[in-house]
Design a binder for this molecule. Structure first.
Ligand SMILES: Cc1cc2nc3c(=O)[nH]c(=O)nc-3n(C[C@H](O)[C@H](O)[C@H](O)COP(=O)(O)O)c2cc1C
Length: 149
């Protein structure tokens, strides 16, 4: 069983909804999942998990929220297996700044998968996109680890 840490930040609930859908999908696939809301309680140690999934909304013209930056600093190193999702709104700067925090985090962690970008709430039409991405994360993890064996 692969263990995943999902660490996410959310103010108005969109990113939390994506985190919950990712969690549900991985649990349904039989994985072990721990969810951490960034900014609440002690920062978990990613070394205790096989992979970390980070979720963030985007703020203030493409910025990463301060609590997410603090989380990255608190973690203190770049774990190997990091996957990133984000929510955003194209009304704030168009495609260029859409989910820019997720884009920057994926680059920072050299994620092996493109970040998932969700426009506002994932419920409805985008729900399947989240489910497919979460399954893709699991496939990617299994693939990269099978290659190392
Ligand atoms: C002041 C403000 C600035 C924002 N700037 C951006 C932005 O630059 N890029 C983007 O994609 N979304 C931007 N957003 C949209 C939020 O990222 C989006 O609503 C997100 O889903 C909120 O996540 P949450 O519900 O988890 O808090 C902005 C929203 C606000 C209120």
């Amino acid at each position: 069983m692969v263990s995943f840490l999902i660490a996410y930040a959310s103010w108005s609930g969109n990113t939390q909804e994506v985190a919950e859908l990712v969690e549900e999908t991985l649990l349904r696939e039989g994985m072990d999942v721990t969810v951490h809301r960034i900014g609440l309680g002690p920062v978990p140690d990613p070394r205790q998990f096989d992979a970390m999934i980070v979720g963030s909304f985007t703020w203030d013209k493409g910025a990463t929220p301060d609590e997410v930056k603090d989380f990255v600093l608190d973690v203190g190193y770049k774990p190997d297996n990091v996957y990133v999702f984000g929510t955003g709104d194209t009304q704030f700067g168009g495609d260029e700044l859409f989910c820019n925090a997720a884009v920057k985090l994926a680059k920072f962690y050299a994620s092996r998968m493109a970040p998932l970008k969700i426009e506002q709430s994932p419920r409805g039409a985008q729900e399947q996109t989240v489910i497919d991405w979460a399954k893709g994360v699991l496939q990617q993890w299994k693939h990269s680890h099978a290659l190392k064996c």
